[in-house]
Write a protein that binds this ligand. Structure first.
Ligand code: ATP
Length: 366
């Protein structure tokens, strides 16, 4: 109904990007992106309830009957600097211009309200053949935005697709440009690659194109990366599990482990979990069942250890680990533990970050 309303006002509107690709692949879709020839201010006049979520990039959120729709004006990105996507965008009225700026043919499809596919770059044929091919000249496209190279390898993993030869060669040649991309953006693609259904395909391309040489802590790590291909054929269940696996494979401990994870700008929670779970995984690999490794862990970390063992192709037992964990004498002592309010009263202090730290120290002491 939203698209029909836009059309009734004399503008064009299409489904675009990943949602069209995923519909044609019969995969579940998460975000529906709608592109339109109407400029953002024009979109806003058409609907009573809108939110500016990225109006400088042309995106307006329309709220209608309890649903949210992201509507983005057709745009072209003219000037690229620093091998990154430009912040300045130019709104246009032409769908073709909008599709031309997209990264791969499979992501450059549009669908109108009747369900017809607009396919200007033979994206449907590439979808059928399982091919990731840059729109236009691959060299130019990666020179404009080097992140697209990481997107290519992560789509290889997520979709189980192959990277077309010229696109692949361009990545191989231009991989050093990845140095210009922020770690936060590389991180998103790297994790999607590792969590993808066919991570081996993605890892292989990541190694062969040498993109890994320009990722924090992974340069010179071709051997370790190739060893990931021998992991058991299960999907990695969470981002945290993937960092544990990497730290384990890199034999990182203590300060080295922390500095590797800090290079990737990971949260303290992930760093803390890795610090506990990586040694726990090593312990389990070296010892028969023994509860010693369970003491420093919380229940989430116990489960993480077992999930990682499963991926490492080692016998694991989630229910035994959970049972042993729950039988630890530490649980009997939990009733004796002091609470935050006991400490505040006893020490006559205002609550603050010190309280969490002190409680944690006490818990560990117990
Ligand atoms: P998913 O959301 O499943 O990860 P997606 O293809 O929807 O995949 P998004 O990052 O949401 O990925 O991007 C939406 C669309 O925007 C893409 O399908 C593509 O057409 C375009 N796009 C995204 N990033 C780029 C980029 N760096 N260069 C060119 N086009 C891009």
């Amino acid at each position: 109904p939203i698209m029909e309303q836009i059309e009734a006002a004399g503008y064009e509107a299409y489904f675009v990007g990943g949602s069209v690709r995923d519909v044609l692949l019969n995969k579940p879709i998460h975000d529906i992106d709608i592109a339109t020839s109407a400029f953002p201010e024009e979109v806003k006049t058409l609907f009573p309830h809108t939110v500016d979520i990225g109006i400088e990039h042309g995106t307006v959120l329309v709220l209608s009957e309890g649903n949210e729709y992201e509507i983005t004006t057709f745009r072209t990105e003219s000037d690229y600097q620093d091998y990154r996507r430009p912040d300045e965008v130019v709104f246009v009225r032409s769908l073709e211009e909008d599709l031309k700026r997209r990264d791969f043919t499979i992501n450059a499809l549009a669908m109108n309200t009747k369900g017809d596919i607009i396919d200007l770059f033979d994206g449907e044929a590439d979808l059928k053949a399982g091919i990731i091919r840059a729109v236009g000249l691959a060299h130019e496209r990666f020179n404009e935005d080097a992140l697209r190279m990481m997107r290519a390898v992560r789509f290889a993993s997520q979709l189980d697709f192959s990277i077309e030869e010229q696109t692949f060669e361009a990545i191989k040649e231009l991989s050093p440009l990845l140095q210009h991309i922020s770690v936060e953006r590389i991180h998103i693609e790297w994790i999607k690659l590792l969590l993808g259904k066919n991570r081996n395909k993605g890892i292989e391309a990541f190694v062969l194109t040498e993109l890994y040489q320009y990722c924090p802590g992974l340069n010179e790590q071709a051997g370790m990366l190739k060893s990931l291909i021998e992991l058991a054929p299960y999907e990695i269940e969470s981002e945290e599990d993937s960092w544990v696996i990497l730290c384990h494979k890199l034999s990182l401990k203590g300060q080295e482990l922390t500095s590797f994870l800090k290079k990737w700008k990971l949260s303290n929670k992930i760093i803390d979990n890795c610090k506990k779970v990586v040694p726990s995984v090593s312990f389990r690999l070296e010892h028969e069942w023994d509860t010693a490794h369970l003491y420093p862990l919380n229940e989430e970390q116990v489960l993480m250890t077992e999930r990682v063992l499963k991926i490492l192709n080692v016998s694991y037992d989630v229910s035994l680990a959970k049972k042993k964990y729950n039988e630890l004498p530490i649980h009997g002592l939990k009733d004796l533990a002091v609470t935050g309010s006991d400490l505040i009263a006893h020490l006559n202090q205002q609550p603050g970050p010190w309280l969490g730290r002190l409680l944690k120290t006490l818990e560990q002491a117990v």
